[in-house]
Design a protein. Structure first.
Lengths: 112, 112
């Protein structure tokens, strides 16, 4: 059974640019959550999508956005990149409701 | 005050010993508890979930939950050098979907 797939694995962007990250959940999983991990702040929740609807949102600026497609694949977008956006972005997939979450390999974003 | 607290470590134990990792949480609405293992440069891997008070065992791992004391722990028996990693405690709150709140993690070092 395939796991959670995130693409790309690595990205280098320039300040002011925008970036789109992709996440394909485990087959049959309908919930996709996104997290940002940095050495200083640890793992922080960005948002969750369930059945194409944003169900929860963390405390991040509006530059961070996401969406989910009918096949449960999700994308997150960061506009007007800042140096502080450099982080490991992780996607987690859950079956539905209150169940265990499984992480993808992550996308390492570096903003220069 | 952080919502989920862990001692950052490092916690150093000899090979074959029991490693005890602790986590406290502040929100009494917390209902689901998870332990993830994260190797350096990798994404978090789910190793245990626990939902009710008491102990839950899976192989060398035992999770313990005490909701009255707002405390969850992870015991690793017969620790191996391959167990050396950062262990993340995560909590889900009732009616918050699949949003996970993470502690800062405890770095475990198992010395041969």
């Amino acid at each position: 059974k395939a796991g959670v797939t995130q693409t790309p694995r690595y990205l280098i962007k320039t300040r002011g640019q925008q970036v789109t990250l992709s996440c394909s959940p485990i087959s049959g999983h309908r919930s996709v959550s996104w997290y940002q991990q940095t050495p200083g702040q640890g793992l922080q929740f960005l948002f969750e999508y369930f059945s194409e609807t944003q169900r929860n949102k963390g405390n991040f600026p509006g530059r961070f956005s996401g969406r989910q497609f009918s096949n449960s694949r999700s994308e997150m977008n960061v506009s007007t990149l800042e140096l502080g956006d450099s982080a490991l972005y992780l996607c987690a997939s859950s079956l539905w409701g209150d169940t265990e979450a499984f992480f993808g390999q992550g996308t390492r974003l570096t903003v220069v | 005050q952080k919502e989920v607290e862990q001692n950052s470590g490092p916690l150093s134990v000899p090979e074959g010993a029991i490693a005890s990792l602790n986590c406290t949480y502040s929100d009494r609405g917390s209902q689901s508890f998870f332990w993830y293992r994260q190797y350096s440069g990798k994404s978090p891997e789910l190793i245990m979930s626990i939902y009710s008070n008491g102990d839950k065992e899976d192989g060398r791992f035992t999770a313990q939950l005490n909701k009255a004391s707002q405390y969850v722990s992870l015991l690793i028996r017969d620790s191996q050098p391959s167990d050396s990693a950062t262990y993340l405690c995560a909590v889900k709150i009732l009616n918050a979907g699949n949003m996970l709140t993470f502690g800062g993690g405890t770095r475990l070092m198992v010395k041969p």
